[in-house]
Design a protein around this ligand. Structure first.
Ligand SMILES: [Fe+2]
Ligand SMILES: [Fe+2]
Length: 149
């Protein structure tokens, strides 16, 4: 199977639940890439974009819950980046629903850039913080979602 993005060790934030969620997001994006290559109908594309949007929301909430739990000083800045991402996704989704082709051209590069930039740099900063506060990530907060299957 051709993949657009491959999860790499350098993406690890050293919390297996968060790593699993990042892997799942990568897998949805790779799926979207395949579907786009197949020239699938708009409905299928919209379904995957919706799936990604829902999954992302859940992941962002989990990540932010852990940041609150661990007293991460970069929480507000990180939350703002998540909010921008969600807003962009909502815009893409609305564009697709309106039959606008442009979102498709922009969507994948945006997602790839997000993954590299956000997971490696921004989530990476949090991972660095966790490395210095090891004990807090051992006990995850109550509202931390179950691992996806
Ligand atoms: Fe993340
Ligand atoms: Fe994040």
């Amino acid at each position: 199977m051709h993949q657009l993005i491959k999860w790499q060790k350098s993406m690890s934030v050293h919390v297996s639940e968060l790593d699993d969620q990042h892997k799942e997001m990568i897998s949805i994006i790779n799926n979207l890439y395949l579907v786009l290559k197949e020239d699938a109908d708009a409905r299928r594309i919209q379904d995957i974009v919706s799936q990604l949007q829902t999954y992302e929301k859940c992941h962002f909430e989990a990540e932010e819950a852990l940041m609150v739990h661990c007293g991460y000083p970069g929480l507000e800045e990180h939350k703002a980046m998540h909010a921008v991402m969600q807003k962009k996704m909502a815009e893409f989704k609305t564009g697709l629903e309106n039959g606008d082709v442009l979102p498709l051209v922009k969507l994948l590069p945006f997602l790839v850039e997000y993954l590299h930039d956000h997971i490696i740099k921004q989530d990476g900063k949090f991972a660095e913080f966790l490395r210095r506060h090891k004990s807090c990530a051992k006990q995850l907060p109550d509202k931390f979602p179950e691992k996806s299957t």
